[in-house]
Design a protein around this ligand. Structure first.
Ligand code: ATP
Length: 648
């Protein structure tokens, strides 16, 4: 297949080899993607675009990729777009020569500011405006996100207005959505990665000329390689130049995990019983570890002495944990220059020398903590070593990621190269046995020790560290699995119900949603009104104040049934961990509609609030696919005593 865009004037997007890609060309691809829900079609439109970019203007590939995923740099740098709605409304009004009130009224009607900004006829025409390019738009978005200090609001409005008046066709729509932080064309990052890989493979003329079966195999190989490299070093700024220079075949030789760049953490599969664990690992070597209940901390110690701590989310936590940063230099044994550790930071009672519950940790300040002000002490429990400055004792001095080694080897190296410091830095408690009684006792002990249960992990065969993967080689067994679903869910709060009686002045309940990654949708899953303390009800009411929106977002899937329609809608701002008795097919809720039942969704029965998940962003909430999987697994292995009726 030939690239979609040509160096000549192809329809509406003239594009000259070597020159920046016209923004219009990217928007034309967005339109094609928006017009279909078929994943393969979406992928193929984007592959065509990336092929053309590689062929004609490879220097723009990074910018194109970032514009597709709505980011302006690697996730771990924490730079966000997400400009507030009121500011955008002002910019749109100025650009169109209209007043804010009429824009707001149209927004209420249409539900999408991008569409309002695109509407023709009102737009001020600037005859001399130069056509936008992906390079100019990307640079402008970066500049807007960097505006701070005095009169920053006005300067942002001016910059956005300037961009808007240069827009034509659908450019304004996508520009506004990019500024909002959500393109909403059903384009998941995984699809972007796949398309990038396919385009890279097809831009090799030998591969492009292969018979279709062989070509497809090469494209699949490219996708697997790029996915793997991206999860170990999640930076397009580093991967794309290497991909263009060396091709996907040699990407791994030039791009591997590096201290200072957080890799995507490996995730675990929930289980509902120890017998399920034993069945899964039958005949394999495995080990049990305490599942500490705190905050995941990926600790990077660089050769130059710098220590950085990253969250589960790749957010830099160094400002939250200066005490950990201070103590890390005491941990390595002589000869150890750099390392990356996977750990859990847990609240610690210094007097009694024991672990404190998660609730205590959650009271610790999140930013700019001064060591002298710290009220809640923490202990680090390290459970994996992912990188070491060349294997200790082998004489290697080249940097070596350990993620492909067995867990047995990684652990040995961790024990050999680091010192434990009581109450400050310890190795996760572990036990290796396949005897169910012994494991049960270990589980009980973990609970007595204020842990959440156990993590059970393969030790030798199939025990490499799998970045970003929810792997069946790591199973989590939570202490209260016997009473519920095996795992809690992390859900996004999208609406509130005005409180009455004792809850007057607060919200009496909330509407929660899971996230469908493929469709980029929040789908309602339940109403929740229990599990909150009075303090929490007051705090939540305050917290959601700035997030109230006039109506549901176009990417919310909900029912208009008066029993579930909330009094107030919120933009997606917070994730809550929620436990429930079970899952059931629902006539009103929309989670995972079309997977278990063609027309009905899934809902939670008896949901209970557990905690706020500050370490997850709304699009990292439990996915619709996970909800469907939990539903299926509960029905294969039903929980005794639960009644699978339809929920409201
Ligand atoms: P998920 O996305 O899987 O729901 P989560 O962040 O909600 O993840 P859990 O389901 O509670 O987390 O389980 C995995 C988490 O357990 C890890 O992210 C880590 O923070 C924590 N943890 C505690 N002890 C260990 C251990 N020994 N090994 C691995 N992870 C551990």
């Amino acid at each position: 297949p030939a690239p979609a865009a040509q160096s000549s004037d192809s329809g509406s997007s003239p594009w000259t080899r070597g020159q920046p890609v016209p923004y219009k060309t990217l928007c034309a691809t967005f339109e094609l993607i928006q017009a279909t829900t078929k994943r393969l079609e979406i992928q193929s439109h984007l592959t065509d675009l990336f092929r053309s970019v590689i062929d004609l203007s490879p220097q723009c590939l990074i910018e194109c990729v970032y514009l597709c995923i709505n980011r302006i740099g690697p996730e771990y740098e924490g730079k966000e777009l997400g400009v507030g709605e009121s500011l955008l409304v002002k910019a749109v009004a100025n650009a169109m020569g209209r007043d804010v009130k009429s824009i707001k009224a149209e927004l209420d009607q249409v539900g999408d500011l991008g569409t309002v900004a695109q509407s023709k006829g009102h737009q001020k025409t600037i005859f001399s405006a130069k056509p936008l390019t992906v390079t100019s738009v990307f640079a402008a978005l970066k500049a807007i996100s960097n505006i701070s200090g005095q009169s920053s609001q006005q300067r942002k409005i001016d910059a956005i207005q300037k961009l808007l008046v240069s827009c034509s066709g659908s450019e304004a729509k996508f520009l506004i959505r990019s500024l909002e932080g959500k393109l909403r064309i059903g384009l998941a990052e995984q699809t972007v990665l796949m398309s990038l890989a396919h385009a890279a493979a097809l831009s090799d003329s030998k591969i492009a000329a292969m018979p279709s079966e062989k070509r497809a195999a090469m494209m699949a190989e490219a996708a697997a390689k790029i996915k793997q490299v991206y999860s170990a070093i999640p930076s397009y700024d580093l991967i794309i130049p290497a991909l263009l220079e060396y091709g996907f075949q040699h990407l791994e030789d030039h791009c591997h995990m590096t201290p200072g760049i957080p890799l995507k953490p490996m995730l675990a599969h929930p289980t509902k019983s120890l017998t399920e664990v034993l069945d899964r690992f039958e005949g394999m070597a495995f080990t049990c570890e305490y599942k500490y209940d705190g905050e995941r901390a990926q600790i990077h110690k660089l050769e130059n002495g710098t220590v950085v701590i990253y969250s589960r989310n790749s957010e830099n936590l160094s400002g939250k944990y200066p005490d950990i940063i201070e103590r890390i230099p005491n941990v390595p044994k002589p000869g150890v220059k750099s390392f990356v550790l996977d750990c859990e930071a847990v609240a610690w009672d210094v007097k009694k020398q024991c672990i404190l519950p998660f609730q205590v940790l959650s009271t610790r300040k999140r930013k700019d903590v001064q060591t002298t002000d710290i009220q809640v002490q923490v202990c680090i429990f390290a459970f994996d070593l992912l990188f070491l400055n060349g294997e200790v004792g082998t004489g290697l001095d080249c940097a070596k990621p350990l993620i492909t080694e067995t867990l047995k080897r990684r652990r040995e190296l961790m024990y050999e190269s680091l010192n434990e410091i009581e109450g400050q830095f310890q190795f996760a408690k572990s036990m290796t046995s396949s005897n169910v009684e012994e494991i049960q006792t270990f589980l009980d002990d973990s609970v007595v020790g204020n842990c959440e249960g156990l993590m059970v992990k393969t030790l030798e065969k199939d025990s490499s560290y799998e970045p970003s993967k929810r792997s069946r080689n790591w199973l989590k067994v939570k202490k209260d699995y016997v009473n519920g679903l095996g795992d809690s869910l992390d859900l996004v709060v999208i609406g509130g119900y005005i409180g009455r009686g004792k809850r007057t002045g607060w919200y009496g309940g909330y509407l929660l949603a899971c996230y469908d990654e493929d469709r980029e949708e929040y789908q309602t899953i339940c109403k929740i009104g229990t599990g909150f303390s009075e303090d929490q009800l007051a705090e939540h009411a305050e917290l959601f104040k700035p997030h109230v929106i006039p109506g549901p977002k176009p990417y919310y899937k909900y029912s208009d049934n008066p029993n579930v329609r909330p009094d107030v809608w919120f933009e997606p701002a917070q994730v809550w961990e929620v436990k429930a008795a079970d899952l059931s097919i629902s006539p009103v809720h929309k989670a995972a509609t079309g997977t278990i039942d063609p027309n009905k969704g899934i809902s939670l029965r008896f949901p209970r609030f557990i905690r706020v998940r500050d370490d997850k962003s709304p699009d990292q909430a439990t996915t619709a696919a996970q909800v469907a999987e939990m539903y299926r697994s509960q029905n294969i292995n039903p929980i005794k005593g639960t009644n699978m009726g339809a929920a409201d």
